[in-house]
Every structure is written in structure tokens, then in C-alpha cells.
Design a protein around this ligand. Structure first.
Ligand code: ATP
Length: 332
């Protein structure tokens, strides 16, 4: 039996992970599931945002399903994001976000793209310093990170039957750093059997709206990937429909793209689809693809019957939506 650690976290995290767990139970997924703490509520309870016990549990697991966490509201110089810590500790260097419309009536644009985002460096080093006149932000990009993110995009593309990979960069301005990324992309793609394309990040943002069918898989650096994947989610129904995985070579942490949404937390208003689809992605990673497909089909069928939460123009709460989805699942 595969071992999975579930980290509900804060805000709507517990509500959407509960829904995902109900769906996993409904398909009889052969998983040994344990829960672990992380985030603000965990800090209030244990004095730690990321207890050693959680790290130990993750170490023993095959994968993790994570909800969302809330960062402390007041500035705390000693605060380190537990999620960043996990990305580093487990070397989760690829953030993969498959984005598509789960029903033709949801979203604005017929986009069906897999975004493969470098997850460990670039603008997210957090290294900034005052230089008297302003602030300098360090942005470091290494050859190794470029190589392995491109290789991961090739692997994902092949597994998903996609034919082209588009490298998204800004090498007309950032000639050396983004230029290097683009060069490495061209080199790694040569014998991949896939078509290599590239786009400047601004052109890619426009292409998502104007020529969505030209994009199959994007591979890109940290900041561009962050922004483009939110754009892609907005075009296909919103954050409530966007699953993701933080992937390394030995571990994977699955999570909805959205945050802890404190504005709607505890009100039974969260859309659980992103968490449910993240759980489906996890099943595929754990070699349980038929179960994943059944869950994905149930999402489309449920939406097709007009069953929706408020963010998608419906009236249902998180719990009722989940119950109805599980009913639909039972008919598939
Ligand atoms: P955080 O700082 O944790 O990222 P945030 O509020 O800045 O939190 P999100 O949590 O992603 O960012 O929320 C952005 C907006 O989208 C909020 O108005 C939130 O209510 C809404 N939202 C996010 N996720 C969902 C969801 N699953 N269902 C419905 N609305 C959502």
C-alpha cells in the first residue's frame, strides 16, 4: 500500500483536503493515509510552523497532499516559509500545473497547456540588499536547474502525449541568464523527438488569450511560471479549478494552486475541485491512473450537470458539491 501524508494546513486548506479525501475514499484508493501539521494553526498549537514530526512523516511517505497555509500577518524576521523549506529539503525543483477547462461552460479560453516551472531559484531567492539609492534583488540561474527543468518538461510531455514544448523567457533583455536557459533548452530538445518552440514571456502571456491552441507545454523560469500559471488558471475558470504538483526525483507534493483564502475560510464556500484534481494527479503519480481518470471524468460530468460552487456561478457549498460529485462518480 502506498503511503501518503496529508497536510490540511490553514484557511480553506482543511475544507478542500477533506473533500479530496472523501473522493479518494469513494474510489477505494489503496493508500495508507496519515495527517500531519504545518502552517499557522500548527504554530499556534505546537510552536512550530513545520514540526520535525511532519518532516519525519513525509520522509517515510511516497507522496504528500497539501491544502494551503497562511503566512503570519505581522512581520516576523525569523519566519521561513514551510513550503519553501519543503521544496528545498525534498529538492522539489519542478512545479507542474496542467491547466484546462474542465467543462466548456467554465472559463473563457480553450487553453489546454501544461506549465512546467522551475521552482528553486530565479527571482525567488529572497536575497535583497539596500545599496544606498534603492534595493538590489539577486536573481541567479544555474545550468543544472535549466537542464533538469527542461528534461522534466520533456518527460512530462512524452507521458502526456504532447508533441511540442515552448520555452518561455526574456532573452532579448536578459541576454546572458535567459539566453543561457534558451540555449540549454535548444540543446536538450535536439534528440527529444518533440518540437522545440520558444516565446518571449510577454508574447506567451498574449498567446494564451489569442492563440491558446498553439500551446501544449510551457517550460519556464520561476517568476514567469508563477505569473503565467495564474493567468492560465484565470482563463480556464479560476484558481478553484487549478491543481498542481511540486515534483522532485524522489518525492512529490500535490496541492491546489490557490492559497488559504482567509476571506472565505470556514464558511463552506471554497471550491474543492483544485484539491480533488490534485489528488487525482497524485493517484497517477502513484501508478493508479484508472482511478485518476475516473475522478477527472466525474469533475467534468458534475460541472456538466450544472453542479457548481459560488466562484463558478453556482449555489453549492463545499460539502454539498463534494457529496454531489461523489454521487456522479458512483455512476461512472
Ligand atoms: P494566500 O496568501 O494564502 O495565498 P490569498 O487570499 O492571497 O491567500 P488565495 O487564497 O489564492 O490568495 O485567494 C485569492 C482569491 O481567490 C480570494 O478572494 C479567494 O477567496 C479566492 N479563492 C481562492 N481559492 C478559492 C477556492 N478554492 N474557491 C473559491 N474561491 C477561492
Amino acid at each position: 500500500m502506498r503511503k501518503v501524508t496529508v497536510i490540511p494546513g490553514d484557511g480553506i486548506g482543511p475544507e478542500v483536503t477533506r473533500a479530496a479525501l472523501e473522493v479518494l475514499r469513494a474510489v477505494d484508493a489503496p493508500l495508507e493515509i496519515t495527517e500531519a501539521g504545518m502552517g499557522l494553526a500548527c504554530y499556534k498549537e505546537t510552536g512550530s510552523y513545520l514540526p520535525q514530526a511532519t518532516l519525519d512523516r513525509l520522509e517515510e511517505s511516497d507522496a504528500a497532499l497539501f491544502g494551503a497555509i497562511t503566512s503570519p500577518v505581522t512581520y516576523d524576521a525569523s519566519y521561513r516559509s514551510p513550503l519553501l523549506h519543503l521544496r528545498k529539503a525534498f529538492d522539489l525543483y519542478a512545479n507542474i500545473r496542467p491547466v484546462r477547462r474542465w467543462h466548456p461552460s467554465i472559463g473563457l479560453v480553450d487553453l489546454d497547456v501544461i506549465i512546467v516551472r522551475e521552482n528553486t531559484e530565479g527571482m525567488y531567492t529572497g536575497v535583497e540588499r539596500e545599496d544606498g539609492e534603492g534595493v538590489v534583488t539577486e536573481r541567479r540561474i544555474t545550468r543544472r536547474a535549466c537542464q533538469r527543468i527542461v528534461d522534466k518538461a520533456i518527460e512530462v510531455c512524452r507521458a502526456e502525449g504532447r508533441r511540442s514544448v515552448t520555452c518561455v523567457h526574456k532573452s532579448n533583455v536578459l541576454r546572458r541568464s535567459d539566453g543561457m536557459f534558451r540555449e540549454i533548452f535548444r540543446e536538450r530538445m535536439k534528440d527529444s523527438g518533440l518540437e522545440a518552440r520558444d516565446l518571449l514571456v510577454d508574447a506567451a502571456a498574449a498567446a494564451m488569450v489569442l492563440q491558446p491552441n498553439k500551446l501544449e507545454c510551457l517550460v519556464t523560469l520561476n517568476l514567469y511560471g508563477d505569473i503565467l500559471s495564474d493567468e492560465a488558471a484565470a482563463l480556464t475558470g479560476g484558481l478553484g479549478f487549478a491543481p498542481s504538483v511540486n515534483l522532485g526525483d524522489r518525492f512529490a507534493l500535490f496541492e491546489p494552486t490557490h492559497g488559504s483564502a482567509p476571506d472565505i475560510a470556514g464558511q463552506d464556500r471554497a471550491n474543492p475541485v483544485a484539491a480533488i484534481l490534485s489528488a487525482a494527479m497524485m493517484l497517477r503519480y502513484l501508478d493508479l491512473a484508472p482511478m485518476a481518470e475516473r475522478i477527472e471524468r466525474s469533475v467534468t460530468a458534475t460541472l456538466g450537470r450544472g453542479i457548481r460552487t459560488a466562484d463558478a456561478g453556482g449555489k453549492m457549498g463545499t460539502r454539498e458539491f463534494t457529496t454531489r460529485l461523489i454521487e456522479v462518480l458512483g455512476t461512472l
